[in-house]
Ligand binder design. Structure first.
Ligand code: PAF
Length: 282
């Protein structure tokens, strides 16, 4: 397996594969890979001849007060895992190789990008769309695989691909959870042992809501209250950034769970902002 840091070399290698008639799958990541990422790699590996994994902590998707500098990094470990899971190539560029000093072109999906996480992270999805578009342009994969923990990200990227006629299939894969239900995230390492022990309450709250919906409670306000009370009880001190019921594609708020609805939440546990979601079927 090769590790490439130059965008030009990445483009050349992918072009050579395509000339040989080989298909390519891309899994974009910010590194510090965990079992959730591995499930993406394993799926992607089955979908194409060559698997490319990008490891890039993209500075343009972090706000000024966010955790860019302390975001966990471990390239050696990432390379070993990527190789063990069948990657043909890891692309791990420096920010300077990805962004010219006068970089000035951005991709925005304003309506979807301002909802949910976008309300408290105003430039986040602009950075995500721009870097993913750059990676898609460099690799030109047949398929790109993303985790559904970042459901909003995937919905926005699908809209970008549709609106810009990009020639790639985007695939979402289910959330990968720890044994106690906490959604896997590179940011879980920020949690103190006490916070980590209580954090599964977020997923339990989502499960509780799912049971209530199955039992006939479909009013979004009532369901939000059930989730809030559960967290107040099991995760005291946590601050809910949002707990929202939305249409799974448009992300527009819904007042009743009368059709498949996404419940999406972002919760500050101490200083750590965790997101999770659940698709509620009726
Ligand atoms: O989901 C992530 O890790 C990032 O947002 C992504 C898609 C790799 C873009 O930097």
């Amino acid at each position: 397996m090769d590790c490439i840091t130059s965008p030009d070399l990445l483009r050349q290698q992918c072009r050579a594969w395509r000339k040989q008639g080989l298909t390519i799958a891309l899994v974009p990541t910010m590194g510090f890979l965990h079992a959730g990422h591995m499930s993406l790699l394993d799926h992607a590996r089955l979908r194409a001849d060559k698997l490319v994994v990008s490891v890039f902590v993209n500075p343009t998707q972090f706000g000024p007060a966010e955790d860019l500098d302390r975001y966990p990094r471990d390239l050696e470990h990432d390379l070993a895992l990527a190789e063990a899971h069948g990657a043909a190539l890891v692309f791990a560029p420096d920010p300077a190789a990805m962004y010219h000093p006068d970089h000035g072109t951005w991709i925005e999906v304003p309506e979807l990008g301002q909802r949910l996480c976008g309300a408290s992270r105003p430039i986040h999805f602009r950075g995500v769309c721009t870097v993913v578009a750059k990676l898609l342009n460099l690799v030109r994969p047949d398929v790109a695989v993303f985790g559904e923990k970042d459901w909003q990200q995937l919905a926005i990227l699908r809209r970008m691909v549709r609106d810009l006629n990009m020639d790639v299939e985007l695939v979402g894969r289910p959330i990968f959870r720890e044994a106690d239900g906490l959604a896997m995230s590179s940011r879980n390492v920020y949690l103190t042992p006490e916070e980590r022990a209580k954090a599964p309450a977020i997923h339990e709250g989502l499960e509780l809501v799912r049971r209530e919906v199955r039992g006939g409670v479909i009013d979004a306000e009532a369901l939000t209250l059930i989730f809030r009370e559960h967290l107040a009880d099991k995760l005291p001190g946590a601050r809910i950034d949002y707990a929202s019921f939305v249409h799974p594609e448009s992300l527009a708020p819904v007042t009743r769970v009368a059709a498949p609805t996404l419940m999406a939440v972002a919760v500050f546990v101490g200083n750590v902002r965790l997101i999770d979601n659940m698709l509620l079927e009726v």
